[in-house]
Design a protein around this ligand. Structure first.
Ligand SMILES: [Zn+2]
Length: 125
């Protein structure tokens, strides 16, 4: 890695750590919501009810998505540590920096990504 790359790596790490914290907070809110759901029957305090409603914005699909993204973020941080970050896991080619800037947790290049998506999706669209 040249000096420019290590500066970029530090920048990506910063972005990934930030995203990790956001996702952990979101998943934490989701868990708190599940915990408080059991106690909800006893709640007579309107302030508590309002707090629960604000947590209710984290629905199950969102939580699942966040958990999945968190895995990707953690995997990307591991790749930063072992210097394999920025290379496609599928074909081994360097991933375009602009793609990484847009999606720091991505693990594959544009062409492998579209190959994956085509493989996953029905062919009729
Ligand atoms: Zn690739």
């Amino acid at each position: 890695m040249n000096r420019d790359d290590s500066k970029r790596a530090a920048e990506f790490d910063r972005v990934l750590v930030q995203r990790e914290q956001e996702l952990c907070a979101l998943l934490g809110a989701r868990e708190a919501q599940i915990d408080s759901a059991g106690a909800a029957l006893d709640v007579s305090d309107f302030k508590d009810l309002a707090a629960q409603e604000s947590l209710a914005v984290v629905d199950e699909a969102q939580a699942e998505h966040a958990a999945h993204e968190l895995e990707q973020v953690l995997a990307a941080r591991r790749r930063l540590l072992d210097h394999s970050y920025g290379f496609c896991l599928d074909c081994g080619q360097a991933i375009d920096w602009r793609r990484l800037a847009a999606m720091p947790a991505t693990s594959c290049c544009t062409s492998c990504q579209s190959a994956r998506e085509w493989g996953r999706q029905p062919a009729f669209h």
